[in-house]
Design a protein around this ligand. Structure first.
Ligand code: ADP
Ligand code: MG
Length: 901
């Protein structure tokens, strides 16, 4: 027996359903867990092979792609040669070698950490599949699907493997990933005969569904015939599976800045070398100084730090329930200005309970004869299931009806498990209706009609399609007054924030026309049999979150398929319309021209009774105003809007695979509040990268100015190894720690960052430059103070001062405006750890005789230490004065804004 289609002469699409099951040794109950386990062991996981996986070694080796490292290695070789010729211990060589190795190790550690946290995120977002095992439905990782598994499919699912369809109710699959054809293909179960013995093209295999394609409509099931690399996509995936790495806009811009600076630094390094030679300084010394300067001042570490900050930020967001699927989204999130959110499940809890039953009057007794048809429809027109533990699983709206039936004792769980239907038209958010046909003979053998059709959906839709109604125990023709009273009852319930569904039925002779092609016919001429109103409480944390949005300059917008009155009731409850915005419906929207919508978009807070395609228009209108828009979605039809939005937000729990696939970020808890938490994190991450970059640049500028000045004045400020040391110790740890600190307290009280602004504004460049300049002046001052004793004392003091003031600068960069003394060290623990750790590493070199000798330094007296302390204090003072000035500017700006507003 073989489960490999290549070994059989016929193709899977040619064999009958029964034969398929026989060949695969499976049946309608699915495989047993043990059998599935065995097949998984034998045939391996259902995965496409991934290329380009980075090993630790390859990451380490890639560190040596950097030109600067090779310059350093060359410098090490030259110093080794010179020491050998002059019979001196090769101290410089050893230190340069240590710097090279440390650099590579630190670089590797950072990149590896970034790589592994991204890998872990990918695992969290791994796709799942619904399969039958031992006769019951199980959700398993798609990688665990084996040949012979019976997979259940519904609208929005990604097909997890190659499947022979065994059941199809209006199943439609979009196969463009495989065939390039974007029009969905109807799927059937009958075998296909080979045209003249030729192969059946993939696009014509309408009883097969292939891995990587998506169900866009209907429901069905099928048996897995091929997994992993044996699938059709696996066969062509050889070239496709390379995972491409995305660089974010921020990374690109920083790369650019980094390149400009590199060129500038190299020019300066060459100048330093030339000036040194011209002023008669030692050639080798000057060469090493120039090299060290270049190595220290070129901000090659900047891009690496940014990558790790982004990656760590992503895993922090994941812990809070927001899985970011693409690195650039982390950045965009921080600039989000508008969040368009679904109501049901995102703003509300998606825990629905039936509260009211109405059939031309409110009826509270579930056993009332008048409700019997509606409660029948509750059971039959329902896709939810009760699993073996008695838990109701399915769409929360439909779950509510099953819960109602069991809670009121109308039906037992066993009775509800035995529902059989002969046809259906599934719910979709466009029609806002669903229809099911059941065979009547099973219950009523004497009945003259063979099937009964149940329809549920919006009150408007059902009232319109009903020609009669079940009233006071009999079927009477529907009058206009009755229709009005239905809509009035609907409105009354909606005002109490209830979600209303209407129910209707009709008897028919055949169920053959219950499919989407005969929708109009089937869902017409109905008998209205009741309204039910259910409550879906708002998520308690959302109210507060809406207020946070307000303060943060983010506009929340509600989008729902639900009734306008219900939507407004909930929006008011959440304070969403407190700012005087209005609610409109999808049909209002349709009547508006694009330019009308553009003009009014900021005045609309709630969109009710919308269809998914309306979402695209809403996104467009906001974007035309230059806004960064986040949009949530769960269904197949939401995918275009999710793609269009700057941040597409998929729902982790209720979302379909298709929506998740189109999203930039997936919420594991479906919660609106989580989006705002992610925005906060995004802002924090951007802020932190900004701080890291500013700090690195100011340190580098300080070093360059100090050394350039000294060279021009004709003295040696620092030895090459001092420069390398300062660069390694004081740059790496404080820079990294600035990048991983939690967001500042007031981060959600600022306006969103303008995404069109450059990363560093002129003022920020001025700030960076001024700190660098002051640092250089202070370092030179230290040298002059020390050189009164000896050049060695001068260098020792300059070395200490340069290292330490950079640490103070790092403290300064933890906030643009807040005084260092106003931020509790507990808020920025990493930074303070880096501050003390790096300071200790710096000072220890002078204090430990052995290290002091290696670095060519001398003992400092107490008064010399005092001078260094004063210089550090001067740096602190400078930073604090500047911050006070920025605070003043900020307040003035706020006042000005206040006046214009
Ligand atoms: P939302 O998710 O924004 O609340 P939906 O698209 O789920 O909106 O629902 C819109 C309307 O469609 C509801 O008000 C209800 O009348 C109807 N509806 C919702 N779920 C179902 C369902 N499972 N079957 C039939 N009709 C439904
Ligand atoms: Mg819904």
């Amino acid at each position: 027996m073989t489960t490999n289609p290549e070994k059989t002469l016929t193709e899977w699409c040619e064999v009958s359903s029964d034969e398929t099951c026989r060949l695969l040794q499976t049946n309608s109950q699915g495989l047993s867990s043990e059998e599935a386990e065995k097949r998984l062991m034998e045939n391996g996981p259902n995965k496409l092979e991934e290329k380009n996986k980075k090993s630790l070694l390859s990451i380490f080796l890639s560190q040596f792609k950097d030109l600067m490292i090779w310059v350093l290695i060359a410098a090490a070789l030259i110093t080794a040669y010179v020491s050998h010729m002059e019979n001196e211990p090769p101290i410089d060589t050893v230190i340069i070698a240590i710097v090279v190795i440390l650099n590579a190790v630190l670089g590797t550690a950072q990149e590896y950490k970034a790589e592994t946290s991204l890998e872990a995120l990918k695992k969290m977002a791994a796709p799942t599949a619904r399969v039958l095992r031992n006769g019951s439905v199980k959700i398993i990782p798609a990688a665990d699907v084996v040949a012979g598994d019976i997979v259940l499919l519904e609208a929005g699912d990604s097909i997890p493997a190659d499947i022979r369809i065994l059941e199809s109710s209006s199943l439609k699959v979009e196969e463009s990933a495989l065939t390039g054809e974007s029009k969905p293909v109807n799927k059937y179960i009958d075998p296909i005969s080979k045209p003249n013995g030729r192969k059946v093209a993939l696009g014509d295999q309408i009883n097969m569904a292939f891995m990587g394609t998506n169900v866009v409509y209907g429901r069905g099931s099928g048996a897995v015939v091929a997994v992993g690399m044996k699938t059709q996509i696996g066969k062509i995936a050889g070239e496709l599976s390379e995972t491409k790495e995305e660089t974010t806009p921020l990374q690109k811009k920083l790369n650019q800045i980094s390149k400009y600076i590199s060129v500038l630094v190299i020019v300066i390094a060459v100048a330093v070398f030339a000036i040194g030679i011209l002023t008669g300084q030692d050639t080798l010394r000057m060469f090493l100084t120039a090299v060290s300067l270049a190595v220290a001042a070129i901000p090659e570490g900047m891009v690496a730090v940014v990558t790790i900050v982004l990656a760590l930020g992503m895993s922090r967001m994941a812990k809070k329930g927001a899985l970011v699927r693409r690195l650039p989204a982390v950045e965009t999130l921080g600039s989000t200005q508008v969040i368009c959110s679904d109501k049901t499940g995102t703003l509300t809890q998606n825990k629905m309970t039936v509260q009211k039953m109405w059939l031309f009057k409110e009826i509270s007794d579930p056993n009332s004869e008048e409700l019997s048809l509606m409660t029948e429809a509750f059971a039959e027109c329902n896709d939810s299931r009760i699993d073996e533990n008695g838990k109701v699983v399915g769409d929360p709206t439909e779950n509510a009806f099953l819960n109602y039936l069991t809670d009121s004792g109308l039906k037992t769980a066993d009775e509800l498990r035995n529902r059989v239907r002969v046809g259906e038209i599934p719910f979709d958010s466009e029609r806002k209706r669903s229809t099911v046909a059941v065979s009547k003979e099973m219950r009523d053998p004497t009945g003259s009609h063979s099937v009964r059709i149940y329809v549920k959906g919006t009150a408007e839709g059902i009232a319109e399609r009903s020609v009669s109604a079940f009233k006071d125990g009999q079927i009477v023709p529907m009058t206009d007054e009755m229709r009005d009273s239905i809509l009035k009852a609907n409105e009354d319930m909606a005002e109490k924030a209830l979600r209303v569904l209407a129910f209707a039925y009709k008897d028919a002779d055949s169920a053959g026309n219950v499919d989407i092609d005969h929708m109009e016919e089937t869902e017409n001429g109905l008998i209205f049999c009741g309204l039910s109103g259910m409550i879906d409480p708002a998520r308690p944390e959302v109210k507060e979150t809406i207020q946070i949005c307000r303060k943060a300059g983010i506009t929340p917008v509600m989008i729902t398929g639900d009734h306008k009155t219900t939507a407004v009731a909930i929006a008011n409850d959440l304070g969403l319309l407190d700012d005087g915005r209005i609610a409109i419906t999808g049909s209002d929207l349709e009547e508006m021209s694009d330019s009308e919508l553009d003009q009014n978009i900021t005045k609309i807070g709630v969109y009710a009774r919308v269809s998914p395609e309306h979402k695209v228009r809403i996104v467009d209108a906001w974007q035309k105003r230059g806004n960064i828009v986040a949009m949530t979605g769960d269904g197949v039809n939401d995918a275009p809007a999710l793609k269009r939005a700057d941040i597409g937000v998929g729902m982790g729990i209720t979302g379909t695979d298709v929506a998740k696939g189109a999203a930039d970020m997936v919420l594991t808890d479906d919660n609106f509040a989580t989006i705002v938490i992610a925005v906060k994190e995004g802002r924090g991450i951007f802020d932190n990268i900004h701080k890291t970059v500013s700090f690195l640049l100011s340190s580098n500028i300080g070093e360059v100015i100090a050394i350039l000045t000294a060279t021009i004045l004709g003295f040696t400020l620092l030895s090459p190894i001092h420069i390398l040391w300062v660069n390694l110790v004081t740059d790496t740890f404080p820079a990294l720690s600035l990048g991983v600190e939690p967001p500042e307290k007031d981060i959600m009280e600022r306006k969103p960052r303008d995404s069109k602004m450059p990363i560093l504004t002129k003022r920020q460049w001025a700030n960076i430059f001024s700190i660098g300049l002051v640092g250089a002046v202070l370092t030179l001052t230290a040298y002059f103070a020390g050189s009164q004793i000896s050049a060695q004392t001068g260098t020792t003091m300059a070395f200490m001062t340069l290292g330490l003031i950079q640490l103070f600068a790092a403290l300064g960069f933890q906030s643009e405006r807040s005084s260092i003394f106003r931020i509790h060290p507990k808020e920025h623990p990493y930074l303070w750890a880096a501050f003390f750790g790096s300071a200790a590493l710096q000072v220890v070199i002078v204090l430990v005789p052995f290290l002091r000798d290696i670095f060519g330094l001398t003992v400092l007296t107490l008064s010399e230490w005092a001078i260094i302390a004063v210089l550090c204090f001067a740096m602190l003072l400078f930073i604090e004065i500047k911050k006070a000035y920025y605070r003043h500017l900020y307040r003035k700006n706020l006042e000005k804004e206040g006046q214009t507003a």
